[in-house]
Design a protein around this ligand. Structure first.
Ligand code: ADP
Ligand code: SF4
Ligand code: SF4
Length: 601
């Protein structure tokens, strides 16, 4: 007799956000209303240790009543897409689940593209050997790597995990939050880099990452951008097999980003495996040979897509549809509009100024006469320390120009590049004290909801991640009543989706307040998406700077990229900007035409 075993394929998971769940305040509404519990089944029980609910995914019917009843939005019931495949790791009952792993290949750079909270760090922990995956069986913690090696039999990961389990693989990591480094690494940059110079490349990385001027400085005296470059240098200098870079470009300007690309790629050229998380699409494009897209529900589950060529992969991400997996990851494509140059005399001036200069001890800034219109977003390009904030302060009347004048001074709200997180208290407390419109309907619908601040209101500010802190700072800035909103690098630590949301939130608030925004950023794809016009700052950082008048994006880009000797083209399909390889056919052709930034094909 043949017995057919009926295999139940789990296609639904339930996730409980333990930070949000507050049984003391709700008296277990989820349990009271669950139809399973009413039928006397153990669909939801109380965890004796944590006193929080435990949802049985076998018994749950997926009716969604608990989700609707929970006053704190703590429960999510998710139907998994078929393409998810088999689970690789689950942290516990009603906790995050990961499906799939990237395919590493020696001699290549592999990019990971996906939102925050989708499992990238989990992947890193598995590949570096700190987390042995349990294939979804969270009740039996694996003791060794045997099952993992067996699972990946016949694929490149089999050998990888074999070597990893035998201690033959060394992983080197560049962490995301480099501003935390001075707390653990003390002393002079020169000594730190000298100590890790295992591959004898100190001169090379010092030159390529322009670290000559910081070698004699102490770690605690470095700016964020300097720390980022030191961290990249320290990673590249060490001897390993598998290198992992978590967001290597935050706080770097455009040319520094491309220098970082060169140095990181040099590892792959020497046969190393490199894995990179990066949300700046132009950098990711230039850096990676292939990418994996991560999709799912942040905090709920994450699926690693098949490996894709970098151009096709980024385009699929932009289009919001993964053809091989037959999965839609976003309702609409991200659209890049190629704006015709704005006529110079269009619009009413919100602020106008004559030629300006400002002299400080050791630094001087000059600016060409110009104006900023109502309702527009002007992006400012240029390296760090070149006078962009000084310029904005002159517009606001906070700093008096040494020569020249601002016709009408404007009020300004400012988000600095580096956000200090030593506030004692929760996000709510912070907003209460720092966001004048906190509590209003507009703040809730136009700022708080799109930036998803509601989910972190009860968290202590000190415990926020980089992306959460950035969203909080953007929200607080927009809550102020001002005429010009100045944002210095609002994209740092935000994922691609959050960058686009931030762009839309800023645009909407600026237009509804009849104001304008000046945005300093180095993510070319973001700049392209958000700019009405742009201005260029050049000079020598820390010594002198010059600001051109705000002009259309094409002219500003031509000036800026011409100074850097970099050209961008547009992708034929999605119209996104892509950097040209130095001395490639396109690069030479565009330079001959003086078109450093192609507006159309
Ligand atoms: P990413 O790196 O893409 O931002 P992570 O891998 O850090 O994502 O996290 C994915 C999800 O897994 C998050 O919801 C996170 O809270 C959860 N998670 C990470 N580590 C643990 C853990 N040790 N226990 C329970 N949940 C975890
Ligand atoms: Fe119960 Fe419905 Fe919630 Fe499942 S979704 S736990 S059946 S209330
Ligand atoms: Fe209460 Fe919601 Fe937690 Fe259930 S999940 S105990 S309803 S807070």
């Amino acid at each position: 007799m043949i017995i057919f075993l009926h295999v139940i394929i789990m296609t639904r998971i339930s996730i409980l956000d333990k930070d949000r769940c507050q049984p003391k305040k709700c008296d277990y509404l989820c349990i009271h209303y669950c139809p399973g519990v009413r039928m006397e089944e153990d669909t939801i029980v109380i965890d004796e240790d944590t006193k929080k609910p435990l949802i049985s995914e076998e018994l749950c019917e997926g009716c969604g009543i608990c989700t609707n009843r929970c006053p704190f939005d703590a429960i999510t019931i998710i139907n998994l897409p078929e393409a998810a495949g088999e689970p690789i790791h689950r942290f516990g009952q009603n906790q995050f689940e990961l499906f799939g792993l990237p395919n590493l290949e020696a001699g290549t750079v592999l990019g990971l593209l996906g939102p925050n909270g989708i499992g990238k760090s989990t992947i890193m922990n598995i590949l570096s050997g700190t987390l042995i995956p349990n294939f979804g069986d969270f009740e039996n913690k694996p003791e060794n790597w045997d099952a993992v090696i067996e699972y990946y039999k016949g694929s490149s990961l089999q050998k990888y995990f074999q070597d990893l389990s035998e201690g033959n693989i060394k992983t080197i990591l560049k962490p995301q939050m480099v501003d935390k480094l001075p707390k653990v690494v003390k002393g002079k940059v020169k000594d730190l880099l000298g100590n890790v110079n295992e591959r004898d490349k100190l001169d090379y990385v010092t030159k390529e990452l322009q670290l000559e001027n910081v070698l004699d400085r102490n770690m605690e005296n470095l700016s964020g951008g300097e720390l980022q470059r030191v961290a990249i240098a320290a990673t590249v200098l060490r001897e390993g097999d598998f290198y992992y870079f978590d967001e290597p470009t935050s706080w770097l300007d455009v040319s520094q980003r491309l220098n970082a690309v060169k140095v990181i790629r040099s590892l792959a050229e020497e046969g190393k495996s490199v894995l990179v998380i990066e949300h700046d699409l132009a950098t990711l494009d230039a850096l990676s040979d292939n990418i994996h897209i991560l999709y799912g529900q942040p905090g709920g589950y994450g699926v690693v897509s098949g490996r894709k060529g970098v151009r096709i992969g980024i385009n699929a991400y932009i289009n919001g549809f993964l053809a091989e997996e037959n999965v839609r990851i976003r309702r609409n494509p991200i659209e890049f509009t190629i704006r015709p140059p704005t006529p110079e005399d269009e619009g009413d001036a919100l602020a106008s100024y004559s030629d300006l200069s400002k002299e400080y001890d050791g630094f001087s800034l000059t600016a060409d006469e110009g104006e900023i219109f109502y309702d527009e977003i002007v992006t400012a390009f240029g390296s760090n320390g070149i006078g962009k904030t000084t310029f904005a302060k002159m517009l606001a009347g906070v700093e008096e120009p040494t020569t020249g004048e601002v016709d009408e001074e404007v009020t300004i709200a400012y988000k600095p590049q580096y956000i200090v997180s030593n506030f004692e208290g929760t996000v709510s407390d912070f907003l209460y004290m720092n966001a004048p419109s906190f509590g209003s309907k507009i703040f809730e619908s136009e700022i708080m909801t799109p930036l998803t601040l509601d989910e972190m209101l009860d968290k202590p500010v000190k415990g926020l991640s980089g992306g959460e802190l950035q969203r909080l700072a953007i929200a607080a800035t927009l809550s102020k009543d001002a005429e010009i909103y100045l944002f210095d690098e609002p994209t740092a630590f935000l994922d691609v989706e959050q960058r686009l949301i931030a762009a839309r939130v800023i645009r909407k608030m600026v237009e509804s307040r009849n104001a304008a925004s000046l945005i300093v950023d180095h993510d070319i794809v973001f700049i392209d998406y958000i700019s009405d016009r742009a201005m260029v700052f050049n000079g020598t950082p820390g010594l002198n700077g010059h600001a051109s008048k705000p002009t259309d994006l094409r002219n500003a880009m031509n000036e800026f990229l011409g100074n850097l000797n970099i050209t961008f083209r547009r992708d034929k399909e999605t119209k996104r900007p892509r950097v040209n390889k130095l001395d490639s056919y396109k690069d030479r052709e565009q330079k001959e035409k003086g078109e450093y930034y192609y507006l159309s094909d």
